[in-house]
Design a protein around this ligand. Structure first.
Ligand code: NAD
Length: 508
């Protein structure tokens, strides 16, 4: 059945105009609703008002199966080894240009269903998404193997081939950017894709389907199946038709994805999971920079960032001065309408996330940590929370151990380098960490000792398409971005060519 569309008129400082987004499933270049008679619609809520924005047609496992067949057919006939790398690269460059052209539309849609600010989406998410496609476009014709010398009489070479059909599951915190991080390396190496956006934030992925078509990427190369995690996500993780599954989201669901992959065809798995980043401020840090970056580390994207610096460790000599300035920055943050020009923080994405964060705040208070600022709801409607700073964080408190995924930071004081390294590493997660000091030797020494996939020295929450991103420990498996991500979507084939007559032990 033909899918409905979502029409919305935007009128804010950055963009005026009507946008039409096709809803439902995008399979083999066509917009449809589920083949499953029992499929329903998913209410998508506007987090700024708390009211329903649209009804999203739900996909099911049966639709995933059809989409996987389309992706396989496209892999065998229109993409993969059928299209030279430089041609794939040209299409990805075109797609990057189309994203740049439509930044105001994409950023407006992102602000609408996710609640992130239009300013952040138009200055960060959308341009970074374009940059990611552009970066991987450059790789598309540079993916090749090696000639390996063994002995005389043999030519041995490796081929780096696309792994096949990729199943990709993405979260709601960076709907467009995660879409780009997943698609770009997979398309560059020649994989075809079935992707499931978060049921909370489907709009930018669906709008991207129009741009993918306009760029000239053949039908069936990218397929989008919206739906719930337990149905559509689970089908991708467990299907024998998927060669590789890439997941970003919570550690609990990441574990399920890995289990399903192990129980089915042992598909390749990459997992980008949660974090509880430790941000370490030494006495000799540049105070102004450390304050601003610490705030960026936690309050960027309303704290809904897996690599957020949510544990703040400040050395005793600088503690009072640092906290005074840091709290002032937190109090200055404008919370409100994501389309407001000077808004820094919009609503949390959903009622569930709002409740979860508020529960953590209450839990922190009852565990004995002190709220220095924030700690309450902001406004009457929607899912707004005040930027919240706790002091007195101690090992064992839930707010110190667990990912809150909101605008909540927990500060603690420390005395020595050894002590803070131990504190920073004593957590199940290992995604990110920060070190602020003007002593270059200490900066490198500490960075080397931190168990985290990314360590920022004198900065925080800065990402680049060229640089690998991923976690130690329970923060995940594998790396996205950079050259490293190409390996996730590549099979290596060794080809042995004997150039001499038979040399073995068998006689005739
Ligand atoms: P989630 O892990 O439940 O959802 C992420 C994606 O996985 C969504 O598309 C969801 O539909 C899908 N999913 C859910 N259950 C699934 C299943 N059984 N099989 C396959 N796919 C499934 O995350 P969430 O509910 O959106 O957020 C909860 C917590 O996850 C957050 O508070 C945060 O701690 C973490 N999170 C981390 C990131 C990150 O970037 N690392 C992003 C979003 C959420």
């Amino acid at each position: 059945m033909a899918a409905p569309t979502f029409k919305h008129t935007f009128n804010h400082a950055g963009y005026k105009g009507e946008v039409e987004v096709p809803l439902g499933l995008w399979i083999d270049g066509k917009y449809t609703t589920s083949v499953d008679k029992n499929a329903k619609t998913i209410p998508v809520v506007n987090p700024t008002t708390g009211e329903k924005l649209l009804d999203l047609p739900e996909g099911t496992a049966a639709d995933v199966d059809i989409a996987l067949d389309a992706a396989r057919k496209a892999f065998d006939t229109k993409w993969g080894l059928n299209v030279p790398g430089f041609e794939r690269g040209k299409l990805l460059l075109k797609l990057a240009d189309l994203i740049d052209r439509d930044i105001p539309i994409l950023a407006s849609l992102e602000a609408l269903d996710n609640g992130k600010t239009y300013a952040a989406a138009s200055l960060f998410d959308a341009p970074e998404a374009a940059g990611c496609f552009r970066y991987y476009a450059g790789w598309a014709d540079k993916i090749h193997g090696k000639v390996i010398e063994t002995s005389d009489g043999k030519l041995i070479y490796t081929r780096h081939e696309p792994v096949g059909v990729a199943g990709q599951i993405i979260p709601w915190n960076f709907p467009l950017l995660m879409f780009a991080w997943k698609l770009a390396p997979a398309l560059a190496v020649g994989c075809t894709i079935v992707i499931k956006p978060s049921e909370l934030t489907p709009l930018t992925a669906l709008y991207m389907s129009k741009l993918i078509k306009e760029a000239g990427i053949p039908d069936g190369v990218v397929n989008i199946v919206n739906g719930y995690g337990q149905t559509v996500g689970n089908a991708l993780a467990s299907s024998n038709k998927v060669d590789k599954v890439a997941f970003t989201g919570s550690t609990a669901v990441g574990r399920k994805v890995l289990e399903e992959a192990a129980k089915s065809n042992l598909k390749k798995v990459t997992l980008e999971l949660g974090g509880k980043g430790a941000n370490i401020i030494f006495d000799d840090a540049n105070l102004g920079d450390a304050v601003k970056y610490a705030a960026q580390g936690i309050f960027f994207n309303h704290g809904q960032t897996c690599c957020a610096g949510s544990r703040l460790y400040v050395q005793r000599g600088i503690y009072d001065a640092f906290m005074e300035r840091f709290v002032k920055v937190a109090q200055k943050i404008k919370v409100g309408d994501p389309f407001g020009e000077d808004t820094f923080q919009g609503p949390q994405v959903s009622q569930t996330q709002y409740d979860r964060i508020m529960n953590y705040i209450e839990c922190g208070k009852s565990e004995g940590a002190q709220v220095i600022t924030g700690g309450a709801r902001s406004g009457k409607n929607g899912f707004f929370i005040e930027p919240t700073v706790f002091s007195g964080g101690k090992k064992g408190m839930k707010i110190v151990e667990e990912e809150i995924f909101g605008p909540v930071i927990v500060a603690a004081v420390f005395d020595t380098e050894d002590e803070v390294i131990k504190l920073a590493n004593d957590n199940v997660y290992g995604l990110s960490a920060g070190v602020f000091t003007q002593n270059i030797t200490k900066a490198h020494r500490v960075a080397n000792k931190l168990h985290a996939g990314t360590v920022w020295v004198n900065c925080f929450n800065e990402l680049h398409s060229q640089v690998p991103f991923g976690g130690y420990k329970s923060s995940g498996i594998g790396r996205e971005l950079g050259e490293y991500a190409l390996e996730n979507y590549t099979e290596i084939k060794a080809v042995h060519v004997r150039l001499t007559p038979y040399v073995g032990f068998v006689t005739e």
